[in-house]
Unconditional design. Sequence first.
Length: 201
Amino acid sequence: MFNDPGKTAVLFVECQNGLLGEHSVMKALADAAQPRKQTMGRLARGARAAGVLVVHLTYVPVAGNRSSNRNPPLFARLLDKLEDWTADHPAVQPIPEIGAGPDDLILPRHSGFSPTHGTETFKLLRNLGITQVVVAGISLNVALPVVGTEAVDEGFTVIFPGDAVVGTPPEHAESILKYTLPFIGTVVPVDELLSAWGVAA
């Protein structure tokens, strides 16, 4: 099921400097991601080499950060730390390990707790002929199960690369990987995806 690169997209969820970089506003999550960032990079490079579409779902507040949703407790705790984030701020750019290739799509959202709800993401992917999505990045706590569920409900086949996803604390992340994601999609290691796409691991 993995060997149709032309109909596949890798969605890197919020893998941006302000969240996974050196000056992350969520240090515990950035620390947890540290050992997996190189694997995320291998996934990105392998996808590009195989002709798989790479998509970056980033968070970029606008209107002086007034666009951010204030209802979720997580956002309320982070609001002050997002004040300087604008479209050209380093915090909203993809982390260097993943980078942004010339054919990648960067789809910033300006509000909302879900990375995909109410956005053009799935409509755009469908118009591009994409039928399955590989959901990578952060975090297993909320965003990745949400994106996977919404993608399934939109008719996409969902794959989670188990060694290119991150959550905290580790025991909770492992629980989500074992008991939640397999009910939404297929969980496989990055090397298995790369092999199916015919590129070196």
